[in-house]
Ligand binder design. Sequence first.
Ligand code: B1M
Length: 237
Amino acid sequence: MVTNMSDEDEEIILSELPDEDLVPQMHDDLYDGLKDEVVEGVNILLERGWTPYRILTEALVGGMKIVGEDFRDGILFVPEVLLAANSMKAGMSILKPLLVETGAPRVGKMVIGTVKGDIHDIGKNLVSMMMEGAGFEVVDLGINNPVENYLEALDTEQPDILGMSALLTTTMPYMKVVIDAMVEKGVRDDYIVLVGGAPLNEEFGRAIGADAYCRDAAVAVETAKTLVGRKHNQMHA
Ligand code: B1M
């Protein structure tokens, strides 16, 4: 991996790099867990007129993809991945207020959480941010949620949508536990259930009885808008 210092200890000035070099450098900085540099890179791209969404997808998510591949291949380990994740979160925290339009008309409400046994939250946080940016009210239950947390939140929050996230093949089946509990309680059809996470696919979404599988945050927003619109139309028909 490229570090911030060359062999001659010459420091790389991020603001002097053209976009096509800055983005790969940010991938490297994310990989190396260099939070301050990632934040600096995000600010530079914002100053250069990049949209927050483009920065998020190309500079941050793009960098995290490389981290994921090397984690899978045993090149990176948990402590390094945590540092990379923290750098990603720092970059995301700058973009969040920009993605979230204050005072936008509320188009719907979503309760979202990562399922029991799973502590991955970057993707979920990204979905929350993008949904808020699109005008949804989001209640985030955080990570490691047992079925009781979801049911209680549905009761108290009365959202349009329940969103669940899982990043492990061992935790994704828990989504079905939650949906089955909703069926048993007779409330399944009161909500739109959207699921997402890297190991899922459409077939899995269908098999567990979700309304839709969302490949990424942008798809989550589009799907939510479509299904909430359809639900409201049905109610007023
Ligand atoms: Co973990 N981890 N991890 N990890 N981790 C994966 C998931 C893994 C694929 C890595 C690998 O081997 N390549 C692998 C799972 C393998 C498997 O299940 N088959 C894995 C493993 C094995 C583990 C541990 C078991 C490792 C260990 O301890 N030995 C352990 C498990 C801990 C636990 O949860 N109990 C573990 C731990 C960790 C860290 C704590 C170090 C850290 C998490 C930090 C954090 O989240 N705060 C971590 C990370 C960072 C990853 C990778 C590298 C990156 C995940 C990520 O943030 N991606 C990941 C590799 C990978 O996914 N390529 C990996 C970026 C994010 C933007 O994408 O989360 O997919 P993603 O979200 C997308 C979409 O999926 C979708 O939209 C998002 C935005 O576009 N989406 C939704 C997600 N949720 C949605 C919900 C919706 C809609 C869309 O609802 C409506």
